[in-house]
Design a protein around this ligand. Sequence first.
Ligand code: NAP
Length: 308
Amino acid sequence: MPRAVTERARTDFAADIRDSTAPMAQDEMIAALQDYDAVMPTLGDAFSAEIFAAVPRPRCRLLANFGVGYNHIDAEAARAAGIAVTNTPGAVTDATADIALTLILMAARRAGEGERLVRSGQWEGWNPTQMLGCHVSGKRLGIVGMGRIGQAIARRCHFGFGLQVSYIARSEKTLDFPATRADSVQALAEAVDFLVVAVPGGAETRHMINADVLAAMQPHAVLVNIARGEVIHEAALIDALAQGAIGAAGLDVYEFEPQVPSDLRAMENVVLLPHLGTATEEVRSAMGHMALDNVAALADGRDLPNPV
Ligand code: NAP
């Protein structure tokens, strides 16, 4: 946790803070449910149904997740065990949308490849047809999941780059910019130059971007994922890129994170970031404070501000 968050946790609560940044082991998660009133887990801390089943009478009343995505927690099993789950919506939105724009621009304009060329010392200088990429302004953007982050991406793309926005979501949206709702992810994939994934992870969205959706995309189109790796069938993505079925990809998240397949790492037309979505000091502090606000509400017997 950023220092301000750690300090507040120690000041306001009897807090134990793990030194390791590795995901919690099963025995740690079980002990955490037994020994603490509240736990602040994060990405990778896999609070599955088995973990809750292993602690019949938990002391824990709250998993205050550090992050908006909570697909690593079986929220139903937590509820059944009498444990509330909260997350940190909103705090992450702009920073994650910024990373989506970074990936769109880098993938379209071959920025990773260009940087590698300069660093290699092999760059021979400007010429009229050197490293021609895909023009971004005025193109068509498809958002898979028009929630907080999806809308922040669409807003940046519409107002900043004049992109025409289409989307899918479970429900129709009232938006402050023009956008059309597609009938299916397949129809959206067919119609756009940039397809950006912004749905939550979990069973419902796992492999939503599969071989059929990738085949529907146009050969020049760019796929960007800032959501969760499991939403894209990664093996199918590698095939699609290898066969030229799509033009490029920009990824912040991976199906088997932190493992990134060597096939992806070898492709020049793939931009690979190490899950940087919310990685700024301000945002990580805001996330930590939001998680602590939920712990404070539990301690005071108030309604939890951010239940999932
Ligand atoms: P959100 O506001 O809940 O938005 C999710 C959107 O996905 C909603 O529009 C929802 O539709 C749509 N959706 C959900 N299930 C769907 C389905 N089966 N089919 C079609 N659309 C579906 O969440 P958010 O705050 O934007 O965050 C989105 C996700 O981004 C998080 O869950 C997290 O996993 C990920 N994330 C990643 C990073 C990173 O570091 N890369 C950082 C932050 C978040 P409705 O509106 O109709 O319900």
